[in-house]
Design a protein around this ligand. Structure first.
Ligand SMILES: NC(=O)c1ccc[n+]([C@@H]2O[C@H](COP(=O)([O-])OP(=O)(O)OC[C@H]3O[C@@H](n4cnc5c(N)ncnc54)[C@H](O)[C@@H]3O)[C@@H](O)[C@H]2O)c1
Length: 461
């Protein structure tokens, strides 16, 4: 796909829509792992690419048709694209901005000594692009690919670009965040077949240009807010790190027992319902019940008996406790003493109260002298006749006497209403509550995250 047709600008309504009938002219700042692969692959896909780097060695190498990085397939692609004239490198920022329609920032963001992200390369390159934009009259799009912490683009990069370019976002230039998901070692294959192309963007005209840039890539094109896109990149990498450490700690435990860890995981993978799935990945309330806490404690005790340290697995129960405390603190912060709790069992559809985090939450509030009413139909039924009658009478008589007969009773009584589990009936609270009542939702009862509700707080959204 190396046709070179005319470019066209169309005016649709109040917005200028830039239509590329063919390849685009793009500049890529930073010729490291991400920048080199991105430059070479976009050139191979038909775009005209200028790579920009402050390192003269990398610029010279690329102009010689050699890749500045070692990576499968990349040497041949760079050589072919430099030879056919679609790829070149420079250190001249002004020239690169003047000659292109869109720039991708792929400079490094390494760790500082204290763990914070070093932003110096991103800030330097953004400033130099902004200064070059002063002399450019056409709309120019800046695409941030470097990994930056959520909030960076909106709070730091847009103000910096506006200040130094003298232009306004959406008028003189566009800016978006487009995280990179490639892995070193298979980066060309990852570039060609990403899970999706994700763009955090405010202006439609910029989203359109990026959509055209990726026209050759057959993957879902997702647009969202800049902060969500920035956060998805971290969620992904941190989840990958978590998975690796989980597998390694489990593997070490298996080895200590003489169990084949790979056979364990091969079977584990076959559960696509709970293990490899969306299950348990929605932010919500703490876990509890008769199995998870008990089994974690048993495994950790067993591992210690084999002189094994498993810091990741050991951190799970403290993390869970902290999450209960977070919910308690949210309730205390309301400064109101009458609290209605909807749900006492650890999840909807059961009367099982063993290790329910809602029992711990309620006991904490009770200990602080709060006035409590609880509504949980399953627990009330169990108190009357279920197998759990004895447990309720012996283990939590101080809570069972607080059980209300109906949701309405709790709503009439409470200043703060806590939705504790996802029993569908609790959704009725939103039509029955008074607007001055505070609702603290631990399970995201409302799909729109309660944005339409007054005095509504989600525990982790
Ligand atoms: N390496 C990966 O596999 C990978 C994958 C996804 C995302 N990322 C993210 O992409 C970004 C780039 O990572 P990388 O591994 O390619 O970095 P890298 O360190 O390999 O390369 C960065 C390049 O930027 C250049 N540079 C620095 N300041 C510059 C400036 N002012 N103008 C032009 N060039 C400049 C450097 O000379 C270097 O060549 C990082 O934020 C990283 O977190 C990396």
């Amino acid at each position: 796909m190396c046709k070179r047709l005319a470019r066209a600008s169309e005016v649709s309504g109040r917005e200028t829509r830039i239509v590329y009938e063919d390849d685009m002219k793009i500049s890529i700042f930073g010729l490291g792992y991400v920048g080199t692969v991105t430059s070479a692959c976009f050139a191979r896909n038909g775009h005209e690419v200028i790579g920009v780097d402050v390192n003269p060695l990398k610029v010279a190498l690329l102009n010689d048709g050699k890749s500045p990085i070692v990576e499968d397939e990349i040497g041949d692609i760079v050589q072919a694209q430099v030879q056919n004239g679609r790829l070149r490198a420079t250190a001249d920022v002004d020239g690169a901005i003047a000659d292109t329609d869109l720039s991708l920032i792929c400079v490094g963001t390494p760790s500082n000594g204290n763990g914070s992200l070093s932003m110096s390369s991103v800030l330097n390159v953004t400033k130099s692009i902004a200064l070059a934009l002063r002399n450019k009259s056409q709309y120019h799009v800046v695409v941030v690919r470097s990994t930056v912490v959520p909030g960076t683009v909106n709070r730091q990069l847009i103000p910096l670009l506006e200040r130094e370019s003298g232009k306004r976002l959406g008028a003189g230039f566009g800016l978006c965040f487009n995280p990179e998901f490639l892995r070193e070692g298979s980066s060309v294959r990852d570039f060609d077949a990403p899970p999706f192309t994700l763009v955090g963007v405010r202006e439609e005209v910029t989203a359109d240009m990026v959509r055209q840039l990726y026209a050759e890539i057959k993957a879902p094109f997702l647009t969202t807010s800049v902060e969500v896109a920035e956060t998805v990149k971290y969620a992904s990498n941190i989840y990958h790190a978590l998975k690796i450490s989980f597998a390694n700690e489990l593997g070490s435990y298996c080895k200590a027992l003489g169990v084949d860890s790979h056979e364990v995981m091969d079977i584990f993978f076959q559960d696509a319902k709970l293990n490899l799935s969306k299950a348990y990945l929605r932010p919500g309330f703490a876990f509890g019940g008769s199995c998870l806490p008990k089994d974690l404690r048993a495994l950790l005790y067993h591992a210690r008996a084999h002189d094994l340290d498993l810091p990741l697995l050991e951190s799970i129960l403290p993390s869970n406790e902290l999450h209960v405390k977070r919910a308690v603190d949210m309730i205390l912060a309301q400064g109101k003493r009458k609290v209605g709790i909807l749900g006492l069992s650890f999840k909807a559809g059961t009367d099982d109260l063993r290790e329910s985090p809602l029992v711990r939450l309620t006991e904490t509030l009770l200990g602080k002298g709060y006035d409590i009413r609880i509504y949980d139909r399953d627990v009330s039924m169990a108190r009357l006749m279920g197998g759990n009658k004895e447990y309720i009478e012996k283990e939590i008589p101080h809570l069972s006497c607080l059980l209300a007969r109906s949701l309405e009773e709790v709503v009439d009584f409470a200043e703060v209403i806590v939705i504790g589990n996802s029993n569908k009936e609790f959704g009725e609270v939103f039509s029955k509550r008074r607007s001055e009542q505070v609702v603290i939702d631990l399970v995201r009862m409302l799909a729109d995250s309660g944005k339409s509700q007054p005095n509504y707080h989600g525990v982790c959204w």
